[in-house]
Design a protein around this ligand. Structure first.
Ligand SMILES: [Zn+2]
Length: 294
């Protein structure tokens, strides 16, 4: 009903709000480039962050992240409905990602994943860390993650004591959903031991895919994605939260061939479900460290 976005969870009772840049707070923006009524994607004239305005009021956005229905659309932005195919490609993606993190000396010790969904990354991370913990808003996904990994899964980051406890904190495909990204990274940083790493991964707004696909770029996910980061704004976010950026982290993303074809409007034969392809640079990822002397 009154489904203006094609997403069934947006209804007439929910409100949209205009907002200033969620990263630097400035109100001035460049001319709107992308739009899906009533939502618009703007680019901040000051810090160059792309962001959604108007966007859903935050309380309304929170409602669907807490709902089990959110995961019916698939964790990890895949939008894929066959869970076994989705699990296979996500695990393959996370194995590659963890190898890269390991090469950047960010493994070992206590690990926290924020937005862990059903726990595939946590499960793959088991051999790289001494202890695992997760944060997941959806009760159903949190229970799945706990039973899959045996890790303690919190419903909210605020449930974790505000003290440095973790050597590595990872959040993949979370930051683009966050209404106050600087405060969020500061919240993570307070749980990080001095010298520890935070790694964030998000859809790459500066990617060739966005430039080629334009408004059909799959990561323009209205109304859930409220910020869109690139090679300038993701490191900038870390710096604003007081962290030291140590570099980018390659994030090759594995997708079923059938899903890639569907994004170009092609329905592949059944065998294309069983074939994985790796796309470089659909996702941007950076690592930052907490300084030892603070
Ligand atoms: Zn800004």
């Amino acid at each position: 009903m009154n489904d203006v976005t094609g997403n069934s969870f947006v209804s007439a009772e929910w409100y949209v709000e205009e907002c200033a840049c969620p990263m630097c707070g400035r109100a001035e923006s460049e001319a709107t480039r992308y739009e899906q009524i009533p939502f618009k994607i703007k680019r901040c004239s000051s810090c160059a962050l792309w962001f959604l305005s108007p966007r859903l009021a935050e309380e309304d956005a929170q409602q669907f992240y807490h709902s089990d229905a959110y995961f019916a659309g698939g964790h990890g932005e895949s939008g894929y409905e066959d869970y076994s195919v989705q699990e296979r490609s996500l695990r393959a993606t996370f194995r590659k990602f963890l190898k890269t993190i390991d090469a950047k000396a960010a493994t070992g010790g206590a690990f926290l994943e924020v937005g862990c969904g059903p726990g595939y990354l946590l499960d793959e991370a088991n051999s790289y860390f001494e202890s695992l913990a997760g944060v997941e808003l959806s009760d159903k996904a949190a229970k799945q993650a706990a039973s899959l990994t045996g890790a303690r899964i919190y419903n909210d980051i605020e449930e974790i004591d505000d003290v440095p406890a973790f050597d590595c904190i990872v959040a993949t495909h979370v930051i683009e959903h966050i209404y106050e990204p600087v405060a969020f990274v500061e919240t993570l940083a307070r749980r990080l031991k001095p010298g520890g790493s935070i790694i964030l991964a998000a859809p790459h707004m500066g990617s060739l895919y966005r430039r080629i696909m334009g408004r059909r770029w799959p990561s323009f996910k209205y109304p859930e994605h409220v910020s869109f980061f690139d090679q300038k704004t993701l490191p900038d976010l870390f710096r604003r939260a007081g962290l030291e950026v140590t570099g980018n982290v390659p994030y090759p993303h594995v997708f079923p061939l059938s899903l890639v074809l569907s994004k170009f409007g092609i329905k592949g034969p059944l065998w294309t479900d069983g074939v994985d392809v790796t796309l470089p640079a659909t996702t941007i990822s950076f690592q930052a460290k907490k300084r030892v002397n603070i």
